[in-house]
Design a protein around this ligand. Sequence first.
Ligand code: ADP
Ligand code: MG
Length: 349
Amino acid sequence: SQTVHRICSGQVILSLSIAVKELLENSIDAGATNIEIKLKNYGMDLVEVIDNGSGVNKDNFEALTLKSYTSKIRQFTDLEFVSTLGFRGEALSSLCALSELTVTTRHSSDDHGTKIKYDKNGKIVKKEPVARQVGTTVSLANLFTPIPVRRKEFVKNHKREFNKMCNLLYAYCLVSTGIKISCTNITSKGNQCNVVNTRGLSSVKENIISVFGAKQISSLIEVELIQPDESVAEEFGLTRLAKEESPFHFEFFISSVIHGSGRSASDRQFYFVNSRPCDIPKLMKLVNDIYRQFNVHQYPFVYLNVRLKSSCVDVNVTPDKRMLFLEKEKLLLATVKSTLLESFKLFPS
Ligand code: ADP
Ligand code: MG
């Protein structure tokens, strides 16, 4: 059964990015306003996420790493209304099978912290009091070592995995207003680099600038949603266009120019549904096709957070929760197209 658990864990936590994402989401769900991510040797030696969130109550130390333990869904019917990022209770149970997991935490009801070491099966092997502010630190040492094949892949592709993680991290940094997020990596030679350092500011626009720098993104504009007209609607096979209000709200920023070369199309494009970073390949393709058609720039900066009723979206499709089913996908594509066509008129030619 240990093997089964490891195989299943491997399916949940497929990569460094997903490991970091899970820890980051836990910190955000815990109400943290300051989150530090520290990697050693590109995450191969250590991944550590330090937050000032609620901390873990001592009654939950044992349960934390149990499969399906979550403090976040009370009733099954809640699934339709999940507002927290995590809700499956699988991340920590998987991570202890895939790395050496240590949790240091102090709950607001405690006057000191506790450092807890878990074994591969999620059992507590060591527990000691430590000094700590309220909040939680989760450390993963030697990620994927229990699965030699995956570890080998990780070590071989660690730079690529690290870059993927950075891009995912940017997405969270942009959307998380009011949360200060930093990430550093220390190489085995002791060189430290800062991946990102946001200031916990209150607007997405300020986050964009603190992640990418004002110089990198010129002509950044915020655009307003435009409902598709007949011809655009027809293109997407929408025959009966509802006359009522759009089911979407957009938080939409685009740039006309990006300096620097060697970027790929997805490097500076961030899509969210109800503030959850996600991949919507059809939407990405649409946006890039329109940019190309207008010859504005091949690889623009895009930030699009689509808000819609949570009953219209199913995030439970893949374990990493990045792919999702959207009702009214065609209407979304048509609306984005109309919005972009209108917005391009705003760019200086
Ligand atoms: P989920 O996030 O789906 O609930 P996880 O396995 O990611 O499941 O985490 C299990 C539980 O551990 C969470 O429900 C939460 O109660 C607790 N937890 C994990 N990380 C933190 C954190 N950084 N701060 C406070 N509690 C945490
Ligand atoms: Mg979680």
